[in-house]
Each structure stands twice: as structure tokens, then as C-alpha cells.
Design a protein around this ligand. Structure first.
Ligand SMILES: C[S@@+](CC[C@H](N)C(=O)[O-])C[C@H]1O[C@@H](n2cnc3c(N)ncnc32)[C@H](O)[C@@H]1O
Length: 194
């Protein structure tokens, strides 16, 4: 069994084995961000990688964005891309140790990067980090194939079961605006903290 720790993710970056990196903000997340009205929302992007979504949020005037990753390299990449880092908080931390309070947590290819034993803890931790009526939203993979390394799949039934002690589901459906390489493989979801 591989251990998906900081060294694993740093090495994936060093080896340039970052197939998840789209090089731009993904369409479903971008369109979701476009639908948000309150630019003062406290937003966390965990397991953010190079986080083009964070740059997009900044471009739209969001003022309270935190980008969290266990690995230093993607945070450094993001910092290098930004002309002004005063509007954004970059934090190198393990999501499960992170402390804070947010209105919104954005998910994209972070959940699928976790060892299976952390799957329920992910929803529990996300709920702990959210304020009352806080939301967890984004995309989750919708495929069941067995894999020996991330990205690990899952399905609606599993996500329902894992999240329901902590969240009410507002939306969880086949994603109709996925990036071409992810078409038919994603669910778009919005959950609200119980
Ligand atoms: C598959 S990549 C996805 C990156 C980004 N979300 C994207 O879509 O491009 C998973 C990211 O999660 C980070 N990660 C893995 N485990 C983590 C943890 N426990 N806490 C914080 N970040 C973690 C990795 O360093 C990596 O950057």
C-alpha cells in the first residue's frame, strides 16, 4: 500500500507527474464560482495544487481565499504566478490538522487523492471547518474502477453515505460541464453543513 503523505506529493511534483493539473481553472468550478454573489465569503481550497481556481477567485474580487496544500511546491508555484499575494492566504498544512472557520470549501481532485481510510474523516473535517450553513461544493469522481494509485474513484451512493452524518445534500448530479478529459466521470455536488 502506498502512503500518500507529503513526500509522495512533493515527489509527484518533482517528477512532473501531475496529470491532474489542468493548467487553468476547471469549467465546473469556474461556473460555480461565477454563480457566487458574496465576494466576502471565507473560502478554503484544500489539496489545492497549483490552484488556478484561486487565481480565478481573486480575479473576480473575492477577498478571503485560503489555499491549503500539504506540499510546498504547488504553493510556491502559485505564489510565483501571483503579482500580489496580499489578497490570498497560502498555507502548507495537512488538511486534517488544519484549524479555521470558512463559509465555503471548494473540492476538486483532493478527495480522490486521499487514502480510503480518510474518506469519512474528510467530510467530518470539512464540516468542522465550516461555519453554520457553510457549504462544501465542487466535483467528485464518478467511476468505480479499481486503482492502485490516485485518483481513486467512487460513486454517488458512497458519497451520500459518507457525507450524510455531517451534511445535507443540495445537489449531487452528473456534471454537464466537465473538462473534456473528465466528461462522464464527474459529479457536481453542493452540500450544506448540518
Ligand atoms: C491530485 S492533486 C489535486 C490538486 C488540485 N486540487 C487540482 O485539481 O489541480 C492532490 C493535491 O492534494 C494535496 N494533498 C494530499 N493530501 C493532502 C492533505 N492531507 N492535506 C492537504 N493537501 C493534501 C497534494 O499535495 C496535491 O497537491
Amino acid at each position: 500500500m502506498i502512503v500518500l503523505d507529503k513526500h509522495y506529493w512533493e515527489n509527484r511534483c518533482i517528477e512532473n507527474s501531475t496529470g491532474w493539473d489542468l493548467g487553468h481553472a476547471s469549467r465546473p468550478i469556474k461556473e460555480y464560482i461565477d454563480s457566487l454573489i458574496n465576494t466576502n465569503l471565507k473560502i478554503l481550497i484544500p489539496g489545492a495544487g497549483n490552484s488556478y481556481e484561486a487565481t480565478y477567485l481573486l480575479k473576480l474580487g473575492f477577498t478571503n481565499v485560503k489555499v491549503l496544500d500539504i506540499a510546498k511546491i504547488p504553493l510556491q508555484n502559485l505564489e510565483d504566478r501571483l503579482q500580489d499575494t496580499s489578497q490570498i492566504h497560502l498555507v502548507q498544512d495537512n488538511f486534517f490538522n488544519h484549524q479555521g472557520s470558512y463559509d465555503l470549501i471548494i473540492e476538486q481532485t483532493f478527495f480522490c487523492a486521499l487514502e480510503f481510510r480518510f474518506r469519512e474523516s474528510y467530510f467530518q473535517k470539512a464540516s468542522q471547518l465550516l461555519n453554520k450553513n457553510g457549504r462544501l461544493a465542487g466535483v467528485l469522481f464518478n467511476f468505480d474502477q479499481e486503482r492502485t494509485a490516485p485518483p481513486y474513484g467512487g460513486n454517488k451512493e458512497e458519497y451520500n453515505k459518507l457525507s450524510s452524518p455531517y451534511f445535507k445534500i443540495i445537489k449531487m448530479e452528473n456534471c454537464n460541464n466537465s473538462e473534456p478529459s473528465r466528461q462522464g466521470k464527474e459529479l457536481f455536488f453542493k452540500l450544506v453543513k448540518r
